[in-house]
Design a binder for this molecule. Structure first.
Ligand SMILES: Cc1cc2nc3c(=O)[nH]c(=O)nc-3n(C[C@H](O)[C@H](O)[C@H](O)COP(=O)(O)O)c2cc1C
Length: 375
């Protein structure tokens, strides 16, 4: 029988109702200590009620110096547990499935946010950094690997159904993988094999913390889209190695804040030909591994996703901005597979999050303001 977007599907031992994933999306709705708020819980209920098969949480910092944006979720301390438990219970009550995205920002934050000099694989002046970072010592590496493991254990304890390592978009794992950020001459830098060492240690520590029966996935920048950066064949090699190590699924993204028009959050997705901008990378990875491959980036219509599914380019489809505007999109698509998401990919949703209001779509408000009569 032909595959459809509404098939039950599996990641590790978890069954999902359909192939739609909410890609990790920082909501800016936690308090200053990274604790979950009622507003965030209500937001997640809305996503489950809208029919999304798997929700990936907004990125959650595994150590205080790994925080970046305001209102970000923390999972670095046991004091975060009650709120996280409340969040997973709400999702489960509505019949949803939720994974926690674990991140350390590395050099992609600022001393203003974290109160000390950011750490990074090397003290390079990478374009994605706001200020010069400090090169991580072997002890720093061991401590952050342990922080990922501690956060993963907390995620399982809090009731998350799985975890996703943030290996994308210029954050710490991506910094170690990318030759642009990683210029180390020790066991963690040089060849791709060595640049993968940090990720391998994080994965092994996380796996040991959560056990073999718990889904551990990754969101991977499979290419940096920068001269001298991570290339597509590197992304494929990383995916193959992760499969050998026991990863349960790979979400394929690309780029970082330094990648210009090829950033992870591309604008002007105004036609089917602009959709699915990571499809080529997803296809390459899908051909190289057997674990489920999730594609993200500019997915706006069932037609495009169905084609990718039928052609074997991806197994699951992750969305971020369209679900900010239309949390009920999967249910709309269930009723009408000819519907196109109305998100215009303007990235205006970041603004309210940065102002402390929590993310939301601003397009109608802007349109209404523009349409208001000038008095
Ligand atoms: C407001 C906002 C917050 C985001 N936060 C995260 C995040 O926490 N973790 C992550 O991996 N990607 C994050 N992203 C990137 C998205 O998950 C996704 O990769 C990107 O937006 C492309 O998908 P889309 O075209 O469906 O929006 C964020 C994007 C937006 C717009």
């Amino acid at each position: 029988m032909e595959k459809t977007l509404f098939d039950n599907t599996r990641i590790g031992n978890i069954t999902l109702n359909n192939r739609f994933v909410r890609s990790a999306t920082w909501e800016g709705m936690c308090d200053d200590d990274g604790k979950v708020t009622q507003k965030l819980v209500a937001y997640y209920r809305g996503l489950v009620m809208g029919g999304t098969g798997l929700i990936t949480s907004g990125y959650s910092y595994v150590r205080a110096d790994g925080k970046q944006l305001p209102g970000k979720m923390g999972i670095c301390h046991d004091s975060h547990l009650p709120g996280l438990q409340h969040l997973t219970e709400a999702v489960h009550q509505e019949g949803g499935v939720i994974f926690c995205q674990l991140v350390h920002a590395g050099g992609q934050t600022s001393s203003k946010v974290i109160g000390c000099q950011p750490l990074a694989p090397s003290a390079t002046d990478f374009a994605g950094y706001q200020e010069p970072p400090k090169e991580m010592s072997p002890a720093d590496i061991r401590a952050i690997v342990a922080a990922f493991a501690g956060a993963a254990a907390r995620a399982r304890h809090a009731g998350f159904d799985g975890v996703q390592l943030h290996g994308a978009h210029g954050y710490l794992i991506n910094q170690f993988l990318s030759p642009l950020c990683n210029q180390r001459r020790d066991a963690y830098g040089g060849t791709l094999e060595k640049r993968m060492m940090f990720l391998e240690e994080v994965f092994a520590a996380v796996r040991a913390a959560v056990g073999s029966d718990y889904p551990v996935t990754i969101k991977l920048t499979a290419a940096d889209h920068l001269p001298g950066g991570l290339q597509p064949q590197d992304g494929v090699a990383i995916a193959k190695r992760l499969e050998e190590l026991g990863i349960d699924a790979i979400e394929v993204s690309s780029g970082s804040s330094a990648s210009g028009v090829k950033s992870p959050v591309r604008q002007k997705i105004d036609g089917p030909e602009k959709e699915a901008y990571n499809a080529e990378l997803s296809r390459m990875i899908k051909q190289a591994v057997t674990v489920p491959v999730i594609v993200v980036g500019g997915l706006r219509s069932c037609g495009v996703m169905q084609k990718l599914l039928w052609e074997g380019d991806a197994d699951l489809f992750a969305l971020s901005r369209p679900l900010i505007r239309e949390p009920g999109l999967p249910d709309i698509w269930r009723r009408d597979d000819g519907y196109t998401a109305t998100c215009i990919s303007c990235n205006g949703c970041f603004g309210p999050g940065l102002k402390g209001e929590g993310i939301h779509c601003i397009v109608d408000r802007v349109a209404a303001e523009n349409a208001a009569p000038q008095i």
